[in-house]
Design a protein around this ligand. Structure first.
Ligand code: GRF
Length: 198
C-alpha cells in the first residue's frame, strides 16, 4: 500500500464533519488524521478530537483583528509542523488569503452546504427555501482562490419540503455531509477526482 496520507482538518465549531472523516480513516483507508485545528479555542470539535487521541491546535483569530496574514502565519506554524498531505476544511468559517490557498492548492478540500455553483457564501438553507427550490444539498470541492468556487468533487441532494425551516433543512443536509465528505476524501486520496453524486 502506498504511503499513508496525512490529513489535517480545520474546524470552527462542533466538528461533526471532522468526526465523520476521522471515524472513516481506519483500516485500509489511505489516510490518517494528524491534526485538528481551529480558529476558535472554544470549538467543541477540539475536545472531541482530543478525546480520540488526535493532536489539536487552537489559534484564536480574534487577537489578529483584520490582519489575516498574521493569523494565517500563526496557523501555518502549527499546520506545517503536522506535515499534512491533505487539508480538509470542515465547518471552517474563516476566509483564507490567496497566498495560503496557493500554498495548499490541489491538496485542500472544503465542504459547502449547497449544490454549487448555487448559493456560494452564507445562509444557504434559508436562501434555498426563499427561492422555493424543490432540491438542496451539499458539495465537496477543491479550494481555489475563488470563494466556494473550486472543482466540485462530490454532491449529495436532499428534497426541500413545504414548511421546512432553515434549521430543519440544515439537519437534513448535514446527514448527507457526513456520508459525502468521507467518500470524497477516500477517492481524492488515491488521485481519483471523478465527482461523486449521491
Ligand atoms: C455544516 O453545516 C457544514 O456544511 C458547514 O459548517 C457546518 C458545521 O459543520 N461547512 P460541523 O458540524 O462543525 O462539521
Amino acid at each position: 500500500m502506498s504511503e499513508t496520507q496525512r490529513v489535517a482538518i480545520l474546524i470552527s465549531g462542533g466538528g461533526s464533519n471532522m468526526l465523520a472523516l476521522v471515524r472513516d480513516m481506519t483500516g485500509d483507508h489511505p489516510c490518517r488524521p494528524v491534526l485538528v485545528a481551529s480558529n476558535d479555542p472554544a470549538a467543541g470539535g477540539l475536545a472531541r478530537a482530543a478525546g480520540l487521541g488526535i493532536p489539536t491546535a487552537a489559534v484564536d483569530h480574534k487577537p489578529f483583528g483584520r490582519d489575516r496574514e498574521a493569523f494565517e502565519a500563526a496557523l501555518s506554524e502549527r499546520l506545517e509542523a503536522a506535515r499534512p498531505d491533505i487539508i480538509c476544511l470542515a465547518g471552517f468559517m474563516r476566509i483564507l488569503t490567496p497566498a495560503f490557498i496557493a500554498r495548499w492548492e490541489g491538496r485542500m478540500l472544503n465542504i459547502h452546504p449547497s449544490l454549487l455553483p448555487k448559493y456560494r457564501g452564507l445562509h444557504t438553507h434559508a436562501r434555498a427555501i426563499e427561492a422555493g427550490d424543490a432540491e438542496h444539498g451539499v458539495s465537496v470541492h477543491e479550494v481555489t482562490a475563488e470563494l466556494d468556487g473550486g472543482p466540485v468533487l462530490g454532491q449529495a441532494r436532499v428534497p426541500v419540503h413545504p414548511g421546512d425551516t432553515p434549521e430543519v433543512l440544515a439537519a437534513r443536509v448535514l446527514e448527507q455531509e457526513h456520508r459525502l465528505y468521507p467518500m470524497v476524501l477516500r477517492r481524492f486520496a488515491i488521485g481519483d477526482r471523478t465527482p461523486i453524486r449521491l
